[in-house]
Design a protein. Sequence first.
Length: 269
Amino acid sequence: MYVGKAKQLFLTFIFIAFMTGSSFAGNFQNVVIVSIDALHPDTLLRAKIPTLQKLMNTGAYTLDGKSTEPPKTLVSHAAMFTGLPPVENGKTDNSWESGQATVRKNTIFNSGRSYGFRTGYFYAKRKLGYLVNDAIEAHQWSQENSIDLAEEFLKSPGRHFVFLHVSGLDQVGPEYGWLSPEYIEELSFIDDYLTRMIDSVKQKRNYLIIVTSDHAGHARVHGTQHQDDYRLPFIICSDTVPVNDFHNISFSVVDLKGIVEKLLLGDSS
């Protein structure tokens, strides 16, 4: 959604911000990216979410992130993984079946693997298997247990680079409505479920945690050109690099790969 001069300025800002703190970046032990499917950013101001709220309070965040065109799950995640908009990364539709071709561009996992991390990808929608490539050491689809799988992988020896996709809101939103009491309650449940994993990562120190989403919705609808369907949050928290300058930045899902790569670049400085 952000292109041209605005995009160049944003990436320049990211580069300067992280090169300033690059002496810390080589110490990362765990990099964890959590995508909460269909998370409307306004819910973060309404739900009882102590774990996510603590990340927001101790890190930085924006509630004005932007999805892809169209704002749909697989299209958006392909942009996150590749750092390219749909027309450039080759994924412009929202479907994939096992046995079909997978992503051909380098992804965020190629970056993580190149810096010596053990890589894990755990996702709650089968179609996100499109994004599996040979840079991923461990991957598994599970509609109900993706958080448990990521938590177990993070207990294994070594430095970890994990992308976790969490479902739930994408089911409650169409049934009860985005920002409905049921939707808000579901986010509270997800927050509680994430607590043990996030606390464990933080206790081990030298972490980077990012929480975002692929799209939101309105009423009981999503994937349209309604402005709310494009909205999403971006939360970043770390004890290793300064992140305060990320508060209220302009963020698009296409920016995620570039942000993480700038952090990882610091490993060799």
